[in-house]
Design a protein around this ligand. Structure first.
Ligand code: SAH
Length: 229
């Protein structure tokens, strides 16, 4: 998988993707990060990449001509995404869909965002990591990519642990315990040390359902709807 990143802060990459599972996958070239500095495509003496908004208002807007040159120099195939709080919210389903792609291009915004016409011209899709405003697209992209990379075939070691994780089956994960069995007088639930796999699975499902119902009624509603069809 090839990931093109257009950013004003190339030094933010690979960032935390250089560590642990994602870092190992990067070193082993299971995915490729092609980081492009948007400022390299600025044309004036000041290397400006932004300007004031038409119609007035606070902040600066990233210029369409500079972004266009950066895209032209980088893009070959696949979808282009702009990290944006206006976008569709990224979730585990999107992570799986992204993990199937050969090539994707991401534009990280800064300031107040980018000129609308660049989105129109390149039919760019907007994608968000949640209903809050960051100061730039880079932390959002790194977070999204972390979720995608661990799903790449051959990256995640234990497939079983993946299928039982939060969101994978539409539910939140059940409580987990490790040794010691008695920690400060707090005991691990009996069923988990019973060795009875069917009972353990039933307990875990029950716990998952209870957690999902109370913490995420929205997820519970979609889980029920999905069970119906
Ligand atoms: N004026 C914009 C916010 C700009 S924030 C608005 O009100 O919608 C600056 C940049 O941070 C954006 O261009 C975008 O790339 C990034 N960003 C901010 N919040 C984000 C989020 N929730 N998800 C993804 N990217 C985000």
């Amino acid at each position: 998988m090839k990931i093109n990143v257009l950013t004003l802060y190339p030094e933010m990459f690979p960032g935390f993707l250089g560590y642990s599972l994602a870092g190992k996958a990067l070193a082993e070239q299971k995915y490729q990060l092609n980081v492009v500095n948007i400022r390299d495509f600025a044309t004036d003496n000041y290397k400006s990449v932004d300007d004031t908004p038409f119609g007035g208002g606070a902040g600066m807007i990233m210029k369409p001509d500079v972004l266009d040159s950066a895209i032209k120099a980088t893009y070959s195939q696949g979808d282009i995404y702009y990290l944006s709080p206006r976008g569709e919210v990224f979730n585990q389903k999107t992570a799986h869909a992204f993990a199937q792609k050969d090539e994707m291009t991401f534009i990280c915004g800064r300031f107040e965002g980018i000129d609308e016409r660049i989105l129109e011209k390149w039919q760019i899709k907007e994608i968000s990591i949640g209903d809050f405003v960051l100061s730039g697209g880079e932390p959002a992209l790194l977070t999204m990519l972390d979720a995608v990379i661990r799903l790449l075939p051959s990256v995640m070691g234990n497939k079983q642990s993946m299928s039982e994780e939060s969101f994978e089956n539409g539910l939140l994960e059940y409580p987990q315990y490790t040794k010691p069995q008695n920690w400060e007088g707090r005991l691990v639930p009996d069923v988990l040390v019973s060795g009875h796999h069917a009972k353990i699975n039933a307990w875990r499902l029950e716990q998952s359902i209870a957690l999902t119902k109370t913490r995420r009624p929205d997820l519970w509603t979609s889980y029920l709807a999905q069970k119906k069809d």
